[in-house]
Design a protein around this ligand. Structure first.
Ligand code: DQA
Length: 150
């Protein structure tokens, strides 16, 4: 099984950026930890982070255009969560299971973080569990894939 993990703007600063909100692990650490976990459950991860909306959209579009063997998407759209109809539309084009992840509990923060353009088209949303949220998202996609293919 192959999973595409997408991280949006400012997540390249993990570890340095508001560590009290987002934790002290760097993005590199989060992804290498996740890769190790994924391997243990027979999942291959492709990871992409960008600060640019169009780059995230192109990465999503490429799954369709290049018929990439991706079976599910984990996305932390970061600030684009609250602004991007374009990322929502790109995800809708794929028709793949999607898990939205946020490191922080967005519901306990500013009101503008309470609305997501992605949540209602996602299969599940994980918030507030830090980097472990990505692991739980892998588990959720594996479980969906296994149910569908057995
Ligand atoms: C975030 C929450 C967003 O509101 C914020 O803009 C981020 C990170 C999170 O992981 O908690 O950049 O997606």
């Amino acid at each position: 099984m192959n999973i595409l993990v997408l991280n949006g703007p400012n997540l390249n600063l993990l570890g340095k950026r508001e560590p009290e909100v987002y934790g002290s692990m760097t993005l590199e650490n989060v992804i290498s930890d996740l890769r190790r976990y994924a391997e243990s459950v027979d999942v291959e991860l492709t990871h992409f982070q960008s600060n640019a909306e169009h780059e995230l959209i192109e990465k999503i579009q490429n799954v369709l255009i290049d018929s990439l063997p991706i079976h599910g998407i984990i996305i932390n759209p970061a600030a684009f969560t609250h602004t991007s109809v374009a990322i929502r539309d790109a995800l809708l084009a794929l028709n793949l299971p999607i898990i939205e992840v946020h490191l922080s509990n967005v519901h306990a923060r500013e009101s503008f973080r309470q609305h997501s353009y992605i949540s209602d088209i996602a299969d599940g949303v994980i918030v507030g569990l830090g980097h472990l949220g990505y692991r739980f998202a892998v588990d959720a996609l594996v479980s969906k894939y296994t149910t569908k293919n057995n």
